[in-house]
Write a protein that binds this ligand. Structure first.
Ligand code: AMP
Length: 442
């Protein structure tokens, strides 16, 4: 029997297999242009403020030896115990993606001999941090912090100055409904006697604690104070307060910090449960909290910091007092979004260029270049044809001036300058346009 060759009909093509799109890794996110303008706002205002306060910028690598964080942040902290992204390089070095910024900066302070620089050394930084935490609103596995540190000055005025800078940045950024929560966790000596008092108290209440706290009690009883479980919070509310165990030195230091804050008229709240989750802190600890309106006015930590007088020495440097603060950029941006910060501020352009026809479009491109060179922010929509629609966009960008080149102006080498608020228009030559714009903007 002759073999029958199966003929595929042309229109019976196999359906093409659809590729599964690749998504971001869990707990990590993209920041797209509309949100990016808010990021720029937050970062630019923070940078400006740090520079005004005399801080210099530092950048340290995202990858450090994992030892640095084990010794710096503390082996018994949640961050080191459960949240670090640790891996081995091809050269068999055990490294980690940094979970926070301070330890790397201390490493750099020691490695680069900054103790020989004129003290205090004031540094600020920004960049991604990584924690393998359970992702939820405001908590990511890759997030960004902006922070600043002062090395070499034990004076309580410096603690107050760091808190003041944190507060000023919040004001400048436009954050509302925020408070400064502050506490002192003493030095090694007074903290260890407080730990005993606290352990005795919690041992009597052990049945009322969550499983995590029962485990933590043996290793780090201070952490029980900031457990967010309802039943643990109740036990914590009657716990002995560290303030009653502070030695004279730590007590006076804290009193001085508060006096400086009073002098600066900063609204702070004494919070005896605030202990911070990192082992390196001594004496002053503080956080900036916002009322999280999205979640029934729950208090949300936007940033935190404090003094860490032993960290430089414990990482191999000379004994060096230090104090610092960092805030989470995602959380701050989310606060601004929830508070519906004026959208115009995000997209503001000083000048908007409007054109009609191809000839005008060419002139506009040259004018665009001249304005940018003069450091003027410029918006345009060269793809659009109608003047009306371009002026609408100019309004959206809150532009003060629109520069219009129609067919006539393109032939005459002139430009119409329109004041967007009053609607008044004036014709100037293309040559004079940039100077006239500068004059009107100043
Ligand atoms: P910490 O020193 O751990 O208190 O972190 C300081 C600030 O960084 C916090 O107040 C948050 O704003 C931010 N932050 C910490 N962990 C995360 C995270 N997993 N996702 C987003 N932001 C975070």
């Amino acid at each position: 029997m002759p073999r029958v060759k199966k003929i595929e009909k042309k229109d019976e093509k196999k359906p093409r297999k659809k590729m599964t799109p690749i998504q971001t890794v869990r707990g990590m996110k993209d920041v797209l242009p509309p949100e990016q303008t808010l990021w720029d706002h937050v970062i630019n205002e923070s940078r400006k403020m740090c520079q005004n306060f005399g801080f210099g910028k530092i950048e340290t690598p995202v990858v450090e030896f994992s030892d640095l964080f084990e010794r710096g942040v503390g082996e018994l902290t949640d961050i080191v115990e459960k949240e670090m992204f640790v891996f081995e390089t091809r050269g068999e070095e055990k490294v980690a993606l940094r979970p926070e910024g301070t330890a790397g900066i201390v490493r750099s302070y020691i490695e680069n001999g900054m103790s020989k620089w004129s003290q205090p050394v004031k540094l600020y930084y920004e960049g991604p941090m990584f924690r393998y935490d359970r992702p939820q609103t405001g908590r990511y596995r890759q997030f960004h912090q902006f922070g600043f540190e002062v090395f070499g000055d034990p004076c309580p005025a410096v603690d107050a100055q760091i808190i003041y800078l944190a507060w000023k940045i919040c004001q400048k950024i436009g954050l509302k409904n925020i408070t400064i929560q502050i506490n002192s966790i003493g030095c090694k000596e007074c903290r260890s006697s407080y730990k005993n008092v606290l352990t005795d108290y919690y041992e009597m209440k052990i049945n009322k604690l969550c499983t995590d706290c029962k485990r933590r009690l043996l290793k780090n009883p201070l952490r029980l104070l900031d457990c967010k479980e309802e039943k643990c919070m109740q036990v914590a509310s009657s716990a002995p307060q560290i303030i009653d165990s502070l030695c004279t030195g730590c007590h006076d230091h804290f009193k001085n910090v508060l006096e400086f804050l009073d002098e600066l008229e900063l609204p702070y709240v004494l919070n005896s449960s605030l202990v911070r989750g990192l082992d390196y802190y001594t004496k002053t600890v503080f956080e900036v909290w916002a009322s999280d309106l999205e979640n029934g006015a729950r208090q949300l930590s936007l940033g935190g910091g404090g003094r860490y007088d032993n960290l430089v020495q414990s990482l191999g440097g000379e004994p060096t007092p230090a104090v610092g603060y960092s805030f989470g950029i995602e959380r701050v941006v989310e606060q601004l979004v929830n508070a519906k910060i004026n959208i115009d501020m995000r997209m503001k352009k000083d000048v908007f260029l409007v054109q009609l026809g191809d000839k005008a479009r060419k002139k506009i491109l040259r004018l665009f270049d001249n304005l940018i060179d003069a450091n003027i922010s410029v918006g345009e929509s060269v793809g659009r044809g109608s003047i009306k629609s371009q002026l609408r966009i100019a309004n959206r960008y809150s532009s003060k001036l629109a520069l219009i080149i129609g067919q006539k102006e393109a032939l005459d080498n002139t430009v119409i300058i329109r004041d967007m608020e009053s609607g008044m228009q004036e014709v100037v030559t293309l040559e004079d346009a940039v100077e006239e714009v500068k004059r009107r903007l100043s």
